[in-house]
Design a protein around this ligand. Sequence first.
Ligand code: PEP
Length: 253
Amino acid sequence: MRKKIVAGNWKMNTDAVSSKVLADIIVEGVKRQPVSAELILCPPFISLESICETLWSRGSKIKLGAQNMHYEDNGAFTGEISHTMLKSAGCEYVIIGHSERRRYFGETEETVNKRAVKSLQNNILPIVCIGETLAERQSDKTFDVLNTQIQGGLANISIEEAAKIIIAYEPVWAIGTGVNASPAQAEESHAFIRLELAKMFNPQTAESIPILYGGSVTAANARDLFAQKNVDGGLIGGASLNAESFLAIARSF
Ligand code: PEP
């Protein structure tokens, strides 16, 4: 049985106060009515420590993730954040290679790979994001793109390390657009990704890797998406900024 996971990517939203309030409400909601899926909150960097304190002081099982991480250990990299910093703030997960980072901040397969390798070496588990643009889907290149992103992003990773990875399939055309992939489209891509993982590592490892779907997931469409054989949960953007909708999505298995 693969782990079911629902992760909230808060992106560049909330501030020091409102992020703590949001985390508080989610923690309380889970206390009132436990969820079977593992929940991961990925707030902005400045809120990691205070939310870690909230989770710890309430004995919550909810995990903490960052939205990015640099691949160097430390040094003259103004504005970047290291694995040591994330660890010290209580992070167990990190989102790597989100399409917004690829599109606006020059992330390449090479830098995605360096970040993934560094996070695994330092026991921060990467949520590696992959997915095609609308133009790529329309020109029948979805599988080629996914293949390139898997081969590039997961290069130099051992089988033992691969078993710790989470993949997020996030078609770029579905992110923040209100147009989600249909359950059939998601399942087709997830099954392809798992097949590629089996070729790259081995079938047993591929079977154990959670593959999350991301892209306009809401409380209304989560159940159908999560019911697909190879969809193990979701990476949620917009809908994770509202505790009620995030919790409803988390209960959609
Ligand atoms: C995301 O950015 O990871 C995402 C899935 O966003 P949204 O849910 O808003 O489409």
